[in-house]
Design a binder for this molecule. Structure first.
Ligand code: NAD
Length: 332
């Protein structure tokens, strides 16, 4: 089947992996990547497909409706996977406004174009890629299910919650063929320097302090980015319209324990004169810091046969660390 997929945020961390995966797996598809190219993006990740004739890049801010409309009119996409967003929680605390424009208004502009361009009842699908942070903090012993009430605590998660609600409302109100995925923390190559794992590796290699918020007790569920992309592929193609699917790694780590694991692996992969573990420093906690995220992904496993990455966590982490060691100039 020939189809044209519009992917937003394709020059970012997850979007770049997703485009490369879909490009390989669906030789009949054409891809249009809309990305504003913020500080978090790097278009060079898509160099392998740039001159393929099946890939087009549009440097467009989703907030600018006229520009997004022009891309729609030129390429006539028959599916959208929407990843573009401002994503760094700390930045949302210091400057929340752009999160509302990009994540809420940007999503709204796309939804409007989809509903006005695609015929009512059309099979064309709008897939919104979202986060488990919309559910707030998980109580001990409990995990987020798809019907867990939303309780976002940061401007970032509030903006993603707002866009999730809009996407679902467009299904209920206008019958738009939508699916939503809410995923836990991703790790892997291509992530921007400011995120936890790249920061740990960079500071370790540069002999700097490795900052850990509070006492390092916050718990996150970690999923390899390529496994997340496999889930997105599955849900986009096989998910049920109007449904939400949680995606997680079933792989929970306290931040301090994860930092120690990473630094222990780095001591093996790229040894220094002293263990990198000595560089850990505790810093003042982030305001409103959710203590624990925990995702129940039984629905996507049961209904779509998806499997997470806990079984190959070590291997995926080694692949990730080696990539950042190369990026940050480790030569041994
Ligand atoms: N990284 C994670 O752990 C994680 C987990 C769950 C969900 N998500 C969601 O997945 C999506 C992708 O996350 P990521 O980690 O790849 O983010 P990222 O910050 O690496 O990339 C986001 C991309 O969106 C683009 N963008 C931002 N605002 C835009 C705008 N107004 N118009 C056009 N492009 C714009 C940026 O230029 C960037 O290339 C986001 O929607 C995020 O909420 C991320």
């Amino acid at each position: 089947m020939n189809r044209t997929l519009l992917i937003t945020g394709g020059a970012g961390f997850i979007g770049s992996h997703l485009i490369l995966r879909l490009f390989e797996r669906y030789p009949d598809y054409r891809f249009v990547n809309i990305d504003k190219l913020t500080y978090a993006s790097d278009e060079s990740y898509l160099d392998p497909i740039r001159s393929s004739g099946r890939y087009t890049f549009a440097k467009v801010d989703l907030v600018n409706k006229a520009d997004v409309t022009a891309v729609f009119e030129e390429h006539k996409p028959d599916g959208i996977i929407h990843l573009a967003a401002e994503t760094h929680v700390d930045n949302s605390i210091s400057g929340p406004e752009v999160f509302i424009y990009s994540n809420v208004v940007g999503t709204m502009n796309l939804l409007e174009l989809a509903r006005r361009t695609w015929a009512a009842g059309s099979a064309n699908r709008f897939h919104h890629v979202s986060t488990d942070e919309v559910y707030g903090s998980a109580a001990p012993g409990s995990s987020f299910r798809e019907d867990t009430p939303y309780s976002p605590n940061s401007p970032y998660s509030a903006s993603k919650a707002a866009s999730d609600h809009l996407v679902r409302a467009y299904h209920t109100t206008y019958g738009l063929n939508v699916v939503v995925t809410n995923c836990s923390n991703n790790f892997g190559p291509h992530q921007h320097d400011e995120k936890l794992i790249p920061t740990i590796v960079r500071n370790a290699l540069q002999g700097k302090d490795i900052p850990i918020y509070g006492k390092g007790e916050n718990v996150r569920d970690w999923l390899f980015v390529k496994d997340h992309c496999a889930a997105l592929d599955l849900v986009f193609h096989k998910g049920t319209a109007g449904e939400t699917y949680n995606v997680g790694g079933e792989n929970e780590w306290q931040n301090l324990a994860l930092a120690k694991k990473i630094l222990g692996l780095l001591d093996e992969i790229h040894p220094s004169s002293a263990s990198y573990l000595n560089q850990i420093r505790f810093v003042q906690d982030r305001p409103g810091h959710d203590l624990r995220y925990s995702v129940n992904c039984a629905k996507i496993q049961r209904e779509l046969g998806w499997e997470g990455s806990a079984a190959h966590f070590d291997q995926a982490l080694r692949e990730t660390l080696s990539w950042y060691v190369r990026k940050y100039g480790g030569s041994r």
